[in-house]
Design a protein around this ligand. Structure first.
Ligand code: MN3
Length: 253
């Protein structure tokens, strides 16, 4: 089992580099191996296990300019997201959680932990995923292959999917996330969560494995878009890393 895990991990790294992201995404010299996968219902593919440390941003702060400005990226990554990582580790120490195990193990049983663990564990997971769900702007940015086929089957068209997904982002009152995810019936679907909840949590409004997440907290867009959340979402489609979403989707297939 260990051999096949290593092989898969190597394949993932190779794919990631091929996909144009910096080497080392999701990995650091100090990162634990995260080999255990005891999550309830065995729902998470092992290659996407998440640690408690913040990983390097896979591009420069200004790499998404014109969609997300460098100042927003820097504050978002180095202040907001860094704080979630620090705080979830503090909560883990207080609540005797083994941080060499995947964060997903905690999220799947988050109802047994504190509000601090819920807010910061979700915040850390969501942002680690969010950075990888983006890449520099591409014209005509869209999914391809099996992922596109699954989206078209469920939503009739990619444009219709984008509209419905954007509506979840726009209509999430206050702070939260919009998600494309695989639900417990193994169908690709969309929804939203409040604050830093996500579909992995046993107490979330929607449950499943997230493929793509959109941060609609004001800190994600306010410097450039002020109150215009809809404009931020419209522009965000240009920087979605569909290759990364496809990798998550493939692991669930
Ligand atoms: Mn955020």
């Amino acid at each position: 089992m260990a051999t096949s895990h290593k092989t898969n991990r190597r394949a993932f790294i190779a794919n990631t580099v091929k996909g144009g992201l910096a080497a080392g995404v999701g990995l650091s010299a100090a990162a634990p191996l995260l080999q255990s996968f005891t999550t309830k219902e065995n729902f998470m593919p092992v290659n996407f296990a998440t640690g408690f440390d913040q990983q390097p941003l896979p591009y420069a702060y200004n790499a998404l300019e014109n969609v997300i400005d460098a100042m927003t990226m820097e504050l978002h990554y180095s202040k907001h997201a860094a704080a979630y990582s620090k705080n979830v580790k503090d909560a883990a120490a207080a609540e005797k959680v083994d941080i060499t195990k995947p964060l997903e193990d905690v999220l799947a049983n988050i109802s047994k932990y504190s509000a601090k663990m819920r807010n910061n564990g979700g915040g850390h997971y969501n942002h680690e995923m969010f950075w990888q769900c983006m890449r520099p702007k591409r014209e005509g940015n869209a999914p391809t292959g099996k992922l596109l086929a699954a989206i078209e089957k469920e939503f009739n068209s990619f444009d219709n999917f984008k509209k419905q997904f954007a509506d979840f982002g726009k209509n999430r009152f206050g702070s939260g996330w919009a998600w494309l995810y695989i639900n417990k019936e193994n169908l690709i679907t969309i929804g939203s969560t409040v604050n830093q909840d996500n579909p992995l949590m046993d107490i979330a409004e929607i449950k499943g494995f997230p493929l793509l997440g959109l941060d609609v907290w004001e800190h994600a867009y306010y410097l450039k878009y002020q109150n215009r959340r809809a404009d931020y979402i419209d522009a965000w489609w240009n920087v979605v890393n569909w290759d990364y979403v496809q990798q998550r989707f493939d692991k669930m297939g």
